[in-house]
Write a protein that binds this ligand. Structure first.
Ligand code: GRF
Length: 187
């Protein structure tokens, strides 16, 4: 059995999807050993409801040290599922090949510092892109620069707004994230 530690900052719909896909066998041979949030968020309640060990590690002084300590020894894979804090290069180095992230755009476009949530979708609309989607990638010290594991995309239509893109991207994320996690864990 492989142990996954999930880091979140928000509502945790991707966390929920991962929980469901472990239950229904789409993600094989896996267990979530810890959910860690860097702020109060609904995702922690989801973990609690499913009896998954969870903790809040507030940003600020000693954040990186505390985060490091909170990752259980037996973790095989760290999954960033809507985690907004930037991880230290040493942390990324230590977990190299064992830490993945989901990004709400088609990297390498629309990635990097400040590119999260509505900022991404606004930029995609402003650039007049013909398509958007989501990317699961390995995490390195370069923000959103690690090797791509899986992407899913859709065509943007003339009526799309940042809000509709956000909804469509989320649907794509629910499809590709479990597949990518299973791929990395059970390759
Ligand atoms: C997702 O869109 C993901 O791409 C981004 O943060 C969002 C998290 O959404 N990194 P949720 O909390 O899983 O609903």
């Amino acid at each position: 059995m492989k142990n996954i530690t999930i880091l979140i900052s928000g509502s945790g719909t991707n966390l929920q999807r991962i929980i469901d896909c472990i239950d229904n066998g789409k993600i094989r041979n896996a267990k979530i050993n810890q959910v860690i949030a860097d702020r109060e968020c609904f995702g922690l309640e989801r973990a609690e409801k499913h009896n998954i060990p969870n903790q809040l590690i507030k940003r600020g002084k000693d954040f990186s040290e505390n985060l490091e300590k909170a990752i259980p020894e037996n973790t095989d894979l760290i999954v960033l599922a809507g985690f907004l804090s930037i991880l230290k290069p040493e942390f990324c180095e230590k977990w190299s090949g064992k830490i993945i992230n989901i990004h709400p755009a088609l990297l390498p476009k629309f990635g990097g510092k400040g590119m999260w949530g509505h900022h991404v979708h606004n930029a995609v609309i402003e650039a007049g892109e013909k398509e958007s989607g989501a990317t699961v990638h390995f995490v390195t010290s370069g923000i959103d620069e690690g090797k791509v594991i899986l992407q899913g995309k859709f065509d943007i239509d003339e009526h799309d707004t940042a809000e509709t893109l956000a909804q469509k991207v989320h649907q794509i994320e629910y499809d590709i994230f479990p597949i990518a996690i299973d791929l990395v864990l059970n390759k």
